[in-house]
Design a protein around this ligand. Structure first.
Ligand SMILES: [Mg+2]
Length: 216
């Protein structure tokens, strides 16, 4: 049986339920307000159309707005550092999400009793992600260097393999022994592909050394 030594947790719609409505709130009224106030969009409607178009393509609002700036699609250039702060300040966390004692205990136990390497990896910006972890009561289990936001992996982001590799390398983990909790099927497929590629490389390396391959 394969031993697990690392756990990678997504944040949005994973550490809180999609049914909470929090992502609709953040990716709806809050981001539209940001785009009107900071990027000079004429209306929330026009902001939403552009945000959704770029999110569909790049799976991250931060990355999408960065590329939209490069492609000249925004009335005013997007500054990456403004989004995380805006979401941290303007999302109504208390209305939509709250700490779940059962979830806190599971994460605490995996980190402290089992001693797994625990990391958070999100396509959202850092300041916002940290605020989420605080509200959900799990911030203390993830030291700063085990919280990976989109700024830490740009220009890649999930589901690109180089983004996962950067995070796993940073915490000293390998795909084959890592469990990922994630709501996005695209990201789960990318992780599976990483595991297969890692297994193939391990087999090839074992063969070169004349050793018995560890993985079937
Ligand atoms: Mg998610």
């Amino acid at each position: 049986m394969v031993e697990i030594d690392a756990v990678l947790l997504d944040v949005d719609d994973t550490l809180y339920p999609v049914t909470s409505g929090f992502s609709d709130h953040r990716n709806g009224e809050v981001i539209c307000k940001f785009m009107v106030e900071h990027l000079s969009f004429e209306s929330a409607e026009s902001a939403k159309i552009l945000r959704d178009e770029y999110f569909q393509r790049y799976h991250s609002t931060m990355k999408g707005l960065t590329i939209a700036t490069e492609e000249g699609r925004l009335p005013k250039p997007f500054k990456q550092e403004e989004l995380g702060q805006y979401w941290a300040d303007h999302c109504d966390f208390a209305k939509f999400i709250r700490a779940d004692p059962r979830q806190i205990e599971v994460i605490r136990s995996l980190a402290q009793d089992v001693g797994l390497k625990m990391a958070v990896f999100t396509n959202s910006p850092r300041k916002y992600a940290l605020r989420c972890l605080e509200v959900l009561g799990v911030r203390e289990f993830f030291p700063d260097d085990h919280v990976f936001a989109v700024e830490d992996v740009l220009p890649a982001c999930k589901p690109q393999p180089e983004a996962f590799k950067a995070v796993l390398d940073a915490i000293g983990a390998v795909p084959e022994r890592t469990v990922m909790f994630e709501d996005s099927m695209k990201n789960i497929r990318a992780c599976k592909a990483n595991q297969k590629a890692w297994r193939r490389r391990s087999r090839e390396a074992a063969k070169r050394r004349g050793a018995k391959p560890r993985w079937p």
